[in-house]
Ligand binder design. Structure first.
Ligand code: KG4
Ligand code: ZN
Length: 360
């Protein structure tokens, strides 16, 4: 049941349409990107506007939540206008509003959620509260129109590292996850330690290009343990200790070598566990998503393993690896089809888990 009679009527009308014609305006503001997109039929991105706050936060070496929220307030309106303009559409052409409602920074999430609620109420449109991690999974549905569940998925972002079985749209089983830092978080922390720019991932990758990945034998956490959980805290400590010891001994070590050895350890840890799951479950398809899926070593190594196992491998296009609203629109589309709409009590859920529905 949608939240008003008018929005319920609109939902019923929309569900009578050919799903290919359903047009969703989606908003994303869970961290430091303010984004709006228009998605038709779940997988056709009509417009995709992303405002990155990286420049503002890089001065501090990481996201400052208060600044992020304030910037979202300033930028969300212009992003929505830009998304409509780029699509050549008006509000009357929109069938539903989708918005990230968690997980993420509470202040940042609230801006998108409140904006979406305001729009939905003013336009009498169904509202869809989308799980951000589910959004990342959907980025591959946009980039690969033929991809359908079931598929195995490695989700690697700044806040999450999960191996999950996507059984159907919106139906996921978590097989493994990080016990401590997310893969992207580890990249960011080591990047900061090495004095590279923010966010650490892309900068570290660039430096790693000129380094020797076997210069340091950093640990591959939980490699021999059963199951598909991962850990990156031991790796982080090993890098810190290596730098510390070198400094105490007055030795200089090449930043590029540390970056390359660290990156090799992260990629090996992720793929070791992921391909163990591929083999155990006899999965035929593997999709990788999230900010870290932009990493070329991860892409290259995953490709080699996938060829060896004879499975199909999917990565999103670069523009859909990081945070964007198109992936939220795609997830919202499949929620709409299964009538999983939200009420106006929709809140921000900073710790929302994968597969968990927003608690309204
Ligand atoms: O998915 P995302 O944009 O935001 C979250 O939902 O967290 O992921 C951002 C993360 C950051 O930690 C960033 O350093 C990492 O993705 N990242 C990368 C690369 N590009 C972005 N990590 C490794 N290599 C990259 N090329
Ligand atoms: Zn994300």
């Amino acid at each position: 049941m949608a939240y008003t009679e008018a929005s319920q009527r609109k939902l019923e009308e929309t569900l009578k349409k050919d799903p290919k014609d359903i047009t969703i305006l989606a908003l994303e503001s869970s961290c430091d990107e303010t984004a709006a997109a228009i998605v038709r039929g779940g997988r056709d991105v009509i417009s995709n506007c992303v405002y990155s706050q990286i420049e503002m936060h890089s001065e501090y070496g990481g996201v400052v939540p208060e600044l992020a929220s304030r910037q979202h307030i300033l930028t969300m309106g212009p992003m929505v206008e830009a998304a409509l303009k780029e699509a050549g559409l008006a509000f009357k052409d929109i069938d539903a509003i989708a918005v990230t409602c968690g997980p993420g920074l509470v202040g940042s999430l609230l801006i998108g959620v409140q904006y979406a609620k305001g729009l939905a109420l003013a336009l009498s449109l169904p509202l869809l509260g989308v799980n951000h991690i589910e959004g990342h999974i959907c980025s591959n549905l946009i980039s690969h129109k033929e991809l359908e569940p079931p598929f195995l998925c490695l989700i690697v972002s700044g806040g999450h590292s999960h191996i999950a079985m996507v059984e159907d749209y919106g139906v996921m089983t978590i097989l493994g996850k990080t016990r401590d830092d997310a893969a992207g978080e580890a990249f960011d922390k080591i990047g900061r330690l090495l004095g590279l720019g923010y966010p650490g991932g892309p900068h570290l990758e660039k430096h790693a290009t000129d380094g020797d990945p076997s210069a340091f034998a950093f640990p591959r956490g939980m490699k021999k343990s059963e199951g598909y959980d991962m850990t990156f805290s031991g790796l982080k400590t090993a890098v810190i200790n290596t730098l510390h010891k070198a400094r105490q001994a007055g030795e200089t070590i090449k930043t590029e070598d540390v970056a390359a050895s660290f990156q090799a350890a992260v990629v090996e840890t992720l793929l070791e566990k992921t391909f163990a799951a591929v083999n155990d479950l006899k999965a035929a398809k593997l999709a990788v998503c999230g900010g870290v899926s932009a990493n070329s070593l991860l892409r290259g190594q995953a490709n080699i393993h996938a060829k060896e196992c004879g499975i199909s491998l999917y990565f999103p296009e670069m523009k859909y690896c990081g945070d964007n609203a198109a992936m939220i629109g795609c997830a919202g589309h499949y929620m709409l089809l299964r009538r999983a709409t939200s009420s106006l009590n929709l809140n921000a859920y900073p710790s929302l888990k994968l597969g968990q529905k927003a608690d309204e």
